[in-house]
Design a protein around this ligand. Sequence first.
Ligand SMILES: [Zn+2]
Ligand SMILES: [Zn+2]
Length: 281
Amino acid sequence: MVSNIHTHTHYCDGGKPPRDYVLAAIESKLTSLGFSVHAPVPFDCNWAIPQNRLNEYFEEISNLKAEFKPQIEIYVGAEIDYFPDIVGYTNNLIKSYPFDYFIGSLHFIDKYEDCRRWTIDGPHEEFKKGFSEVFGNDAIMVTRKFFEYSRKMIQDLNPPVIGHLDKLKMQYRPDCFIPEDHPVFKEELLKTLEVISLTECIVEINTRGIYKKRGDTFYPGAWAFHEMSKLGIKVMVNSDAHLPHELVNEFDNAFSALRIAGIKEHYILKGNQFIPVPITN
Ligand SMILES: [Zn+2]
Ligand SMILES: [Zn+2]
């Protein structure tokens, strides 16, 4: 049994309407499919759904849920950003809408002098701008801050699933930033895994970086799977699909890497709950 609950449609920065993902998920024999629109944020952001479209989003996914019930379980969720300075806004958003689940993810850290927020998830040129202007090109400081915010997010939002735990590494170039095997990067990721191990939070193994060719590792990288295995951390595999044909990209490789690391089960959303399923391949 396999599911994918990290998907983006044309309601945010994905490329197709939700129905196309449902049809592709049935074709791929997924047990369940979750829609995780980028939740609204209280500033200009061209990849998040505007708040005034959320009702339409819920209505469309609810209709698909009913229509395809005999074939596949469909869930309506969101990928929610974390900002330490507006936790009230975010918690209110989570409480105000009937999300079946949400994924907590970090895409921004800190602000420019003019108060615009700096994203670590945009084009490399944009990363370089904030890296220089906000952090004076201090890779260690950025790394520590990114993971510190990830740990704060776990505490403040208590997300059922944490998305692309070390996505920051996609900005590494030989002449910019640090790679995932840098001692500080590893230390911070491990510290974050330890915090996660004390919670019920599921760590997503996100395959998007590989099939988008932003690197050759998952978020988080396979080296961390051994540590996750030791810490007894729950995992689930998602592709962060922005198009229907990306729904199960790199899933087989993710499951083999998990199995090799000694992780025997992954979690899927089924019957409105996250349940463990043996990894068989
Ligand atoms: Zn994301
Ligand atoms: Zn996403």
